[in-house]
Design a protein around this ligand. Structure first.
Ligand SMILES: Cc1cc2nc3c(=O)[nH]c(=O)nc-3n(C[C@H](O)[C@H](O)[C@H](O)COP(=O)(O)OP(=O)(O)OC[C@H]3O[C@@H](n4cnc5c(N)ncnc54)[C@H](O)[C@@H]3O)c2cc1C
Length: 392
């Protein structure tokens, strides 16, 4: 008999276990033969573990369902995560846009920081939880190997993306068993396929663009793929495209410079030269060839009326692409939807409907953009549940 059983050893489940085990007897059940299988592939294997913005700016970036996240982020936010790992002798470094990584660029260091804090947690691997049962004064967790009993259960099974890492959407099944309301799952943070793909541009990337979709605007990098576009700016906008009927995105390929400034620069440029040599400062040779062929402007600057060059600039600042498909939920970096937060006490992450059942991490209807936001949300909500369990 345990005080609490945590299902799922991702960042959310591990943090909930670490904190609850300060005063309680904790069993952590994981279906894989290692903890943090998804954590190990995050940030390209480097793990962007948090985003060191102040709480307000952090939540502004998260945007989706942020009103439910104030309490968790205030209890254990980016700065606390930073201090947690550095206090475990896992040195961290800050890169652009407040992205935090381990100094050795190894996601395994972050996992090690969590695992070495779990000395008091009884962790069992290869335990696939298939059922949960609520009895009068305790709860049963049934795996393929046996039945475990506890007073409380924390469901930390993640979303349903990158299924090979173990997150196969089991929280939806458990929610159904206890009649916990859910929001339909959808892909967040994924690539887009285009009606007219531009395979000639595949591999061409842009360091910073601004992507607009309806009233939303997101900045980040962009890369053309064989079938469409990807990169952080695209991933950030992808969920809105998925959730809307409208499918055209508009990209400002030169977000840092106005048309007026471009015209001024052009006027100071040698008119005997080709337009391509003017654009060289901003774009790759491959993109210049594509765009100048498209607008039939491959000649010298003096060959074109300024009105036509301005039209080209306008097109570069409002480059339209029609989306045919949004990347599937399996391939999305994050799963949107999940446990409906209206029925969760967001200070403790305990169900308002089933006392003693907690939901944490990506299983909840929460997600942020890429950039350290999602692991932060997993660790924060895990902490909120852990501290509540530890204190009660
Ligand atoms: C390629 C990729 C890169 C990413 N990079 C970043 C990044 O750099 N920074 C960032 O902030 N976010 C990143 N994310 C998102 C981030 O990894 C997740 O949001 C985060 O791991 C969610 O944590 P979690 O603990 O809620 O779930 P998970 O990490 O998915 O963990 C859930 C665990 O539960 C286990 N489990 C599931 N069902 C059962 C069951 N029935 N019985 C027992 N165990 C079960 C799973 O095996 C798994 O170990 C990335 C995601 C992907 C796919």
């Amino acid at each position: 008999m345990y005080d609490v059983i945590v299902i799922g050893a991702g960042p959310a489940g591990m943090m909930a276990s670490i904190i609850a085990s300060k005063t309680k007897k904790v069993l952590l059940l994981e279906k894989n033969d290692i903890a943090g299988k998804k954590l190990l592939i995050t940030g390209g294997g480097r793990c962007n573990v948090t985003n060191l913005k102040d709480t307000r700016s952090f939540l502004e970036e998260v945007e989706y369902n942020k009103k439910y996240l104030y309490s968790a982020i205030h209890q254990f936010g980016p700065k606390d995560i930073y201090d947690f790992f550095t206090s475990k002798k896992i040195p961290l470094k800050e890169e652009k846009e407040n992205h935090i990584f381990p100094v050795d660029n190894k996601a395994s260091s972050i996992l090690y920081g969590l695992l070495q804090s779990m000395k008091k947690v009884d962790i069992k691997y290869r335990e696939n939880v298939i059922d949960i049962k609520i009895k009068e004064d305790n709860k049963e967790v049934i795996t393929q190997k046996g039945t475990y009993t506890a007073k409380k259960i924390v469901i930390a099974t993640g979303g349903t993306s990158f299924k090979e890492t173990g997150s196969t959407g089991d929280h939806m099944r458990f929610a159904k068993i206890i009649s916990q309301p859910t929001i339909k799952l959808f892909p967040a943070e994924t690539y887009l396929e285009l009606k007219e793909a531009l395979p000639d541009l595949a591999g061409t990337s842009f360091e910073e663009v601004e992507v607009a979709f309806l009233k939303k605007k997101r900045t980040g990098n962009l890369i053309f793929t064989h079938k469409g576009v990807s990169g952080s700016a695209i991933m950030k906008i992808s969920e809105f495209v998925y959730l809307n009927k409208e499918k055209t995105i508009t990209i400002d390929l030169l977000p840092k410079i106005s048309i007026e400034a471009l015209v001024q620069e052009l006027q100071a440029f040698d008119r005997e030269k080709e337009l391509a040599s003017f654009l060289k400062k901003y774009f790759s040779k491959r993109f210049n060839t594509y765009i100048l062929n498209k607008y039939n402007m491959t000649g010298k600057i003096k060959a074109y009326h300024i009105k036509n060059i301005i039209r080209l600039f306008e097109n570069l600042k409002a480059f339209k692409l029609e989306v045919s498909n949004v990347g599937s939920i399996e391939k999305a970096y994050v799963t949107g939807g999940g446990i409906d937060l209206k029925y969760i006490d967001t200070k403790s992450m305990e169900s308002k409907l089933s006392k003693g059942i907690y939901f944490v991490g990506e299983a909840l209807d929460i997600h942020g953009p890429i950039g350290g936001y999602n692991i932060t949300l997993a660790l924060s909500t895990g902490y909120a549940a852990g501290i509540h369990i530890s204190d009660h």
